[in-house]
Design a protein around this ligand. Structure first.
Ligand SMILES: Nc1ncnc2c1ncn2[C@@H]1O[C@H](COP(=O)(O)OP(=O)(O)OP(=O)(O)O)[C@@H](O)[C@H]1O
Length: 271
């Protein structure tokens, strides 16, 4: 049996960019993630850091098996669950129906679905809202439901993408305490995406810093958090004009050269 939970080998994710008028996809392509390689051992708790648009959610959905990769390969050992804002819930259905649908999709028996429902009732503390359509939930309530369903399904690998940022502080603490128990007593593998450096530092063993779609640094949580904080402070200290210039350069580095040649360049190439 492999000792690692995840092995990622030179993966990239490419998106097509739309033209300015937003009507058609252009032939410009963009690296949301570029050439990432890393291994995560079973039982590790990895905090994923990075500024806006750096690629954290893209990586989360790849690790959860929801999004494909365009280059490289990925090996996952164990069942994964993504816990993210607005993911995995059908808003037309009630909370309780969402549990039943999820259970049925996973091929669970009626008794197991009942156990999960009870566990969600106890953990989410949504009261009668569990029987209301999810479209009537606040974002914090959706987070409570999504989190509680994933905990009850008991996967091997949790991918928590900013899911605690919308709930109230009490619920966030309850979730973190619960995940700490899973980390310490059950050796679950956890990926934890958050903009709260202190939360990541407190909870995770390993730090992963993604910047501009690339893996900037991975290692001991204290070191990675210190380097990332320093970078954010430096970025924030820049004048708006300088900051804009750097962000534009970083964006251009991620754009692939046009693959489709214009009519004239094809004509000239043929000469
Ligand atoms: N479906 C898509 N089509 C085109 N581009 C996309 C798509 N999804 C994400 N991107 C782009 O890929 C890049 C990485 O996005 P991602 O959501 O992974 O960043 P992030 O680090 O999670 O950001 P944030 O901290 O703001 O949540 C961004 O530039 C984003 O605009």
């Amino acid at each position: 049996m492999a000792e690692y939970a995840v092995k990622v080998d030179h993966i990239s994710k490419i998106y097509s960019l739309k033209n300015k008028n937003n009507q058609h996809k252009s032939n410009k392509r963009f690296y949301a993630l570029k050439d990432l390689s890393f291994t995560v051992e079973k039982g590790d708790v990895v905090g994923i850091l990075g500024t806006n648009g750096s690629g954290k959610s893209t990586l989360s959905s790849i690790l959860a098996g929801i999004s494909d990769i365009d280059e490289g390969s990925i090996e996952i050992h164990g069942e994964q669950a993504l816990i993210a804002i607005n993911t995995g819930l059908n808003v037309q259905l009630t909370g309780e129906e969402n549990i039943r649908v999820k259970g049925a999709l996973l091929g669970l028996k009626k008794k197991e679905i009942q156990r999960i429902t009870q566990s969600v009732i106890d953990f989410a503390e949504l009261g009668d809202f569990l029987y209301q359509p999810v479209k009537k939930y606040s974002s914090g309530m959706k987070s409570r439901l999504g989190f509680s369903i994933s905990l009850a399904l008991d996967p091997d690998i949790f991918i928590v993408d900013e899911a605690l940022s919308v709930g109230d502080k009490g619920f966030a603490k309850k979730c973190l305490d619960h995940m700490m128990k899973l980390r310490d007593n059950e050796g679950k593998t956890i990926f934890f995406v958050s903009h709260s450096i202190s939360q990541v530092q407190q909870f995770c063993k390993t730090g992963m810093w993604i910047e501009g779609g690339r893996l900037q640094e991975m290692g001991d949580i204290e070191t990675v958090c210190a380097h990332y904080s320093e970078y954010v402070d430096q970025l924030n200290a820049l004048k708006p004009k300088e900051k804009k210039k750097i962000l534009n350069e970083k964006f251009e580095e991620r754009v692939l050269p046009d693959t489709k040649q214009s009519f004239f360049s094809r004509l000239l190439g043929g000469l």
